[in-house]
Design a protein around this ligand. Structure first.
Ligand SMILES: [Ca+2]
Ligand SMILES: [Ca+2]
Length: 315
C-alpha cells in the first residue's frame, strides 16, 4: 500500500498534465504546492547494532511513502516492512526525485520514527539530529538539545490514524526551514545520536534497551514540483520518453523499443534560446546541468514524427 501511494505521488508530477499543444507550455509554468513522503535515498550509511529493515526486500520501500497507519502513541511501528533501523551512528540522506522542499509558514517536513509512551508518560526515544541541503554537499543542521531532545527527530510518537500531512495531529517530529534560514532544500540528512542517551544513565530518556533510530517515513509538507508541465504531440498515445531530475542531472529514458528513428533532446531557455542539443542514442541519456543558470527551461525531445516536451525547473 505504501508503494502504491508513492507511485501515485510521483506519477502525479509526471503524468497528470499531458497536453498536445506545445504552445500551451507557457501557461503551465506554475503548479500548486503539494505534500508527499520521500521517494529517493541518496545515501545510506548504516551504523552499528540494530539493523532491522535494512535488507533489500524491505529497504528502501519501508521508508518511502507515509508512516505506518497502525502506529499509536503507545504502539510503535516495529515491522521491517514499515521501518528501517539506522543503527548507532547510522546516517541516511533522503529526498524527492522530482520536487524541491520549500519554506512555507509553519512546519515544512515531518520525520516519523517509532517512539512510544511507556511506564505512564515516559517516552521511549532513540533520537537523530537533522540537517538539510540544497546541493547535497553543504548541509545546515537544525539545532538540538541533547538533554531535552528538543530539535531532534525520534522523540514524538506517531498517530497513524491521523493525517500525516497535518503536523498538529500526525505526531512525529516536524521541522521548519525558516528556523535555520533556508528557503528551499532537496536533501534531508538523518543521523542517529541515540548513544548520547544510552551512554548516560542520568539522561532523562535513558533506557538500557536503546538501540538506535528507527526510520518510518519522512513527509514533505511543502513540495514544489520540478517537472512543471509536459507536452506530447503525436500519432502515438504513449509518451516516447520519461524525464527525471536528480541532483543537477536530467535523466531521459526512451520509453519505446522502436529504435528505427534517431532522437535528440533540446534544452531551451524561457526566451527561446537553444541552450544545448544532445542525441539520445542510448536507452538512457544523462544531461548534466550544474553549469546552467537556475531557472525554468523547456526540454524538447524529438524523434521521427514524435515530439515530447517538458518544462524543467533547475533549483
Ligand atoms: Ca525507535
Ligand atoms: Ca516553514
Amino acid at each position: 500500500m505504501k508503494f502504491f501511494l508513492h507511485v501515485c505521488t510521483v506519477g502525479r508530477c509526471c503524468l497528470a498534465i499531458y497536453t498536445i499543444m506545445l504552445s500551451s507550455l507557457h501557461a503551465q509554468t506554475s503548479r500548486s504546492i503539494y505534500a508527499a513522503g520521500v521517494d529517493t535515498v541518496f545515501l545510506f550509511k548504516p551504523g552499528t547494532g540494530q539493523n532491522l529493515g535494512q535488507e533489500a526486500k524491505y529497504f528502501p520501500l519501508n521508508i518511502f511513502g507515509l508512516p505506518d497507519t497502525t502506529a499509536r502513541e503507545d504502539v510503535p511501528a516495529t515491522r521491517p516492512e514499515q521501518i528501517c533501523s539506522l543503527g548507532f551512528g547510522g546516517e541516511i540522506i533522503v529526498g524527492f526525485k522530482n520536487a524541491v522542499l520549500v519554506d512555507r509558514p509553519g512546519a515544512d517536513f515531518t520525520i516519523f520514527e517509532n517512539a512510544f509512551k511507556y511506564l505512564g508518560n515516559r517516552i521511549y526515544a532513540e533520537p537523530a539530529k537533522i540537517a538539510v541541503s540544497r546541493d547535497g554537499v553543504r548541509f545546515v543542521e537544525f539545532p538540538f538539545d541533547s538533554v531535552t531532545l528538543r530539535g531532534c527527530a525520534g522523540k514524538t510518537p506517531t498517530n497513524g490514524n491521523q493525517s500525516p500531512f497535518n503536523p498538529a495531529l500526525s505526531g512525529g517530529d516536524s521541522f521548519d526551514l525558516a528556523a535555520i534560514g533556508m528557503d528551499s532544500v532537496r536533501f534531508i540528512k538523518i543521523t542517529d545520536i541515540s548513544a548520547i542517551v544510552l551512554n548516560n544513565p542520568q539522561h532523562p530518556f535513558w533506557d538500557v534497551t536503546i538501540s538506535g533510530f528507527d526510520l518510518d517515513a519522512v513527509v514533505g509538507l511543502n513540495l514544489a514540483p520540478l517537472l512543471l508541465s509536459t507536452g506530447v504531440n503525436v500519432q502515438n498515445e504513449e509518451p516516447i520518453v520519461d524525464i527525471a531530475l536528480t541532483n543537477d542531472i536530467i535523466a531521459i529514458r526512451r520509453t519505446t523499443n522502436n529504435q528505427a528513428f534517431s532522437m535528440r533532446c533540446e534544452l531551451y531557455a524561457l526566451n527561446g534560446t537553444l541552450i544545448l542539443s544532445q542525441g539520445l542514442s542510448s536507452a538512457e541519456t544523462f544531461i548534466h546541468t550544474s553549469a546552467l543558470a537556475r531557472g525554468a527551461y523547456f526540454c524538447i525531445c524529438r524523434g521521427g514524427a514524435y515530439v515530447f516536451s517538458q518544462t524543467i525547473l533547475l533549483w
